[in-house]
Design a protein around this ligand. Structure first.
Ligand code: ZN
Ligand code: ZN
Length: 123
């Protein structure tokens, strides 16, 4: 399989497939994407420095989310798939003002923050 495909905006990752999410402006680590656990992830942060960063990664074909209505559960800062208990990413709350995401776990379950207005602000 080719990829992952990446769209990065004002952000660096320290691994090919994810890893630490680093603000290009101030080098703060905003969170961490588990490199092997997603089939699709789009995540955006407003950094403490006011920079808006976005990262979108996917393997294979870019999916259209059809029922992204479930919520990841948060345990010790890690956002975890309800269905297969896999952590998809974590967030360093002290370095960011806010964040939003869409994600598809490797098991196929789709997730969405439902912060539609926030996405419009970030897009
Ligand atoms: Zn920053
Ligand atoms: Zn899963």
């Amino acid at each position: 399989m080719r990829g992952p495909w990446k769209n990065l905006y004002k952000v660096k990752l320290n691994r090919v497939s994810g890893g630490d999410i680093i603000c290009e402006n101030c080098n703060n680590v905003l969170g961490h994407i588990e490199p092997m656990n997603y089939s699709y992830i789009k995540i955006a942060f407003v950094c403490k420095c006011k920079n808006i960063v976005k990262a979108e990664l996917y393997r294979g074909k870019r999916p259209t989310l059809t029922h992204p209505d479930r919520k990841l559960y948060n345990k010790d800062g890690k956002y975890i798939c309800q269905s297969c208990e896999t952590p998809l990413f974590s967030v360093n709350e002290e370095n960011g003002i806010s964040f939003a995401f869409n994600a598809v776990c490797k098991c196929g379950v789709e997730y969405d923050t439902k912060f539609k207005n926030k996405w419009q602000d970030l897009d």
